[in-house]
Design a protein around this ligand. Structure first.
Ligand SMILES: C[S@@+](CC[C@H](N)C(=O)[O-])C[C@H]1O[C@@H](n2cnc3c(N)ncnc32)[C@H](O)[C@@H]1O
Ligand code: SF4
Length: 334
């Protein structure tokens, strides 16, 4: 049975948050004032085990799943993550990838590739060291992330994507240097509009650099032309350099919402299923997993959540919705 939601969208992608913890405190995601020393992260016992995650992915595969992305928090701070990668890779034919801040990638790339990971997306918000250190807010240097990207390239975790969140007045000046640096490397740079995820990042519409402006900034120096989407539900609008030296993407969740084609579900580290990044509530699957439910019962529960899905938050976003108590991105999985 392949369930469709109320807007006819299939469940193709699952993003799994393997931990709510992170070694960065990006100002737009885990601001230090909130995620400080006293912040209560999930206790270990509440976090899904690798075996529980594998079981869920197997069940999702029966519902038409095509792609799994491991995320967080920072997925590489979860110990032995390569063991989970190997377990999921053994399940079969879906696309298996990971989003990371790159800080531990130089150490981990080979083990991840050996375990069966196909490719990675690395987040990097600037090549300017001072700007990057200010954005990650833990004084982490650019050079180590670049070393992680090189390590991933060396072991064939390709095609690599690099994600840059663009925030007005913070890193707009990094747009062109990033485009120049990654042009012609085979790595696709993608710009993400600063989003009003969670309730703690102090989002204001004025802080968003619209995708249109990002594309125009690059196009003035490095001419671009649009590319047709590769598949339904592709989040990035794609542009290719007219000289044939590669592509960039823009993820314009704020100014050009793509809810109509959204085929993504998200699983939090403690086993709740969310059908929108901007959700306020999820369906807790852990009591089923730990309470002896059969695979059929869990399939039924997931299918029910999906067939009832009505989400299209980004299309409805307004000054009223920005104030809703939404789940933090580091928890729900970016
Ligand atoms: C939540 S992170 C989790 C994975 C990993 N820690 C990382 O940074 O790649 C996933 C992605 O979400 C992006 N992100 C976090 N907060 C955001 C926000 N408020 N607006 C737009 N993108 C955001 C990050 O830049 C990153 O590319
Ligand atoms: S964006 Fe990623 S690296 Fe930055 S704080 Fe959020 S989870 Fe951590």
């Amino acid at each position: 049975m392949i369930p469709l939601d109320t807007l006819g969208r299939p469940l193709h992608d699952l993003r799994i948050s393997v931990t709510d913890r992170c070694n960065f405190r990006c100002i737009y995601c885990m601001p230090k004032e909130i995620f400080g020393k006293d912040y209560q992260f999930l206790p270990r016992a509440e976090i899904l085990t690798f075996e529980e995650i594998e079981r869920l992915v197997r069940i999702f595969a029966g519902l038409g799943l095509q792609k799994v992305r491991l995320t967080g928090g920072e997925p590489l701070v979860r110990r032995d993550l390569e063991r989970l990668v190997a377990m999921l890779a053994a399940l079969g034919e879906f696309d298996l990838t990971l989003t990371t801040n790159g800080s531990l990638l130089a150490q981990k790339a080979k083990a991840l590739a050996d375990a069966g990971l196909k490719r990675v997306t690395v987040s990097l918000d600037s090549l300017d060291d001072a700007t990057f250190r200010r954005m990650n807010d833990v004084d982490f240097p650019v050079a180590k992330v670049l070393a992680g990207i090189e390590a991933a390239q060396a072991v064939g975790l390709a095609p690599i994507k690099v994600n840059m969140v663009t925030k007005r007045g913070v890193n707009e000046a990094s747009i062109l240097p990033m485009a120049r640096y990654f042009k012609g490397t085979g790595i696709t740079l993608r710009f993400i509009e600063f989003m009003d995820v969670g309730s703690t990042n102090g989002w204001r519409l004025d802080d968003v650099v619209p995708a249109r402006e990002i594309v125009a900034t690059i196009d003035r120096e490095l001419p671009l032309e649009p590319v047709q989407p590769g598949y339904r539900g592709e989040v990035a609008s794609r542009y290719r350099y007219k000289d044939g030296s590669g592509e960039v993407g823009v993820i314009a969740s704020v100014t050009q919402p793509f809810c109509a084609d959204c085929t993504r579900a998200r699983l939090s580290a403690d086993g709740s299923l969310y059908t929108c990044l901007f959700a306020t509530t999820g369906r807790d699957l852990r009591p089923l997993l730990r309470g002896g439910a059969s695979d059929d019962e869990i399939t039924q529960a997931i299918a029910e959540v999906w067939t009832e899905r009505t989400d299209r938050y980004s299309e409805l976003r307004s000054s009223d919705t920005a104030g809703l108590r939404k789940i933090e991105m580091s928890f729900i999985g970016g």
